[in-house]
Design a protein around this ligand. Structure first.
Ligand SMILES: NC(=O)c1ccc[n+]([C@@H]2O[C@H](COP(=O)([O-])OP(=O)(O)OC[C@H]3O[C@@H](n4cnc5c(N)ncnc54)[C@H](O)[C@@H]3O)[C@@H](O)[C@H]2O)c1
Length: 355
């Protein structure tokens, strides 16, 4: 395990459940663990033989750590977003080809039976002609979230790409799931990416954005997300078909179809990687190659102009200290409209986007 605090705690539990946790690498050593702890993955790999390295560390460390693990002969479960640029994606693809190892990426919604059933329904024409796919994310993140680590809310850190924005990191599963549902996971499956990035927080990256992806099969995928909502809501991926609408809630594995709704289960990404190692005929739910399309979106956001600050007149601040957070005026309404009309914020137009 590389990186055990934050989201890494979930992986520590999974590692104990689906394998044997043999060692931990983290510059901030955890307390009360019964396995050796090293300050770096290099030191861990020099001292320990491991089958799988789980990497749940800051985005800008993903590629160097994954390369270390792969060259040491391990397979990797790498957290999302796997890389911060297309160049890094191409580089790690080469390392994977050279080493012949496997890499699963931590997009757990890709292992949801609800996501996969919706993808099959779309592919089989069950929703008729697809007019578009949209994804909404209305989350509330407080100052403590951005203050937890030096890389949080950064586009770059010490000249290295991080791209930690609403679309590419906290709500990244929305884009990944929408691409899976369209059957457009690969690097060559994306025709264009239009970005409109805004921010209410005093951060470098975007916290309120619309992005329109046009896939090579011609689908418009509209992502509309914010971290500045009045309250936390379940993210949704919506398929607009000529025979009706389907809504996926990937955090609860719930699928709402024109004829009713159902909650399905999900597979575990680490367990799936363990099974893939034992039998390569078992496919990975989210191979590194299957994040190429997603990385085209990361690259577009990395190359986009800096996010536009939302004027103060459209922001209401609540809470104090680590609980302080902005509410963007009517942001929920504009996100729903962007999703329903497959439109960018300035096309609607949301008043704070054109001010
Ligand atoms: N799949 C999901 O739903 C999900 C949810 C949250 C975060 N994440 C991803 O998990 C990763 C970590 O996010 P976080 O929010 O927990 O970050 P964080 O900064 O809160 O924690 C990162 C952890 O990595 C450790 N670390 C830093 N540099 C390291 C290094 N070089 N080697 C080993 N350990 C190192 C830190 O000490 C810390 O324990 C990110 O890629 C993030 O996008 C995924």
């Amino acid at each position: 395990m590389a990186g055990v605090h934050g989201h890494g705690a979930t992986h520590v539990r999974d590692a104990r459940q689906y394998g044997d946790l043999v060692a931990i690498a983290d510059p901030r050593p955890p307390e009360d663990v019964d396995v050796p702890v090293y300050p770096s993955l290099g030191e861990l790999l020099a001292a320990t033989e491991v089958d799988i390295v789980v990497i749940s560390t800051p985005i800008q460390t993903h590629v160097p750590l994954a390369e270390l693990a792969l060259r040491a002969g391990a397979d990797v479960l790498l957290e999302k977003p796997p890389t911060a640029s297309m160049a890094e994606f191409d580089y790690l693809s080469k390392v994977l080809a050279e080493t012949g190892r496997a890499c699963q990426v931590g997009f757990q919604a890709q292992a949801s039976a609800a996501t996969l059933q919706l993808a099959r329904l779309v592919a089989d024409g069950g929703l008729g002609e697809i007019k578009g796919i949209s994804a909404t994310g209305k989350w509330l993140r407080k100052a403590g979230y951005f203050d937890r680590a030096p890389w949080a809310g950064r586009r770059t850190l010490n000249g290295v790409a991080v791209v930690d924005g609403a679309v590419t990191n906290p709500l990244a599963h929305s884009t990944a799931a929408a691409l899976l549902i369209d059957g457009s996971l690969g690097v060559d499956d994306i025709r264009s990416v239009e970005t409109e990035l805004f921010r209410a927080n005093d951060i470098e990256s975007d916290d309120t954005s619309t992005v329109r992806i046009t896939t090579t099969r011609g689908t418009s995928i509209l992502i509309a997300v914010t971290l500045c909502a009045a309250e936390q809501a379940e993210p949704a991926v919506i398929v607009h078909g000529s025979r009706g609408r389907a809504v996926l809630n990937y955090t609860t594995d719930t699928l709402e179809l024109p004829d009713g709704s159902q909650t399905l289960g999900r597979a575990n990404l680490l367990q799936n990687l363990v099974e893939h190692r034992a039998d390569p005929a078992v496919p990975l739910y989210c191979s590194f190659a299957a994040t190429g399309g997603f990385t085209r979106v990361v690259e577009a956001i990395r190359l986009a102009d800096e996010p536009t600050p939302i004027p103060d007149t459209f922001i209401r601040w609540q809470g104090e200290g680590p609980d302080r957070h902005p509410l963007v005026h009517d942001v929920e309404h504009w996100i729903d409209r962007a999703a329903n009309e497959l439109s960018l914020f300035t096309e609607l137009p949301a008043p704070w986007a054109t001010h």
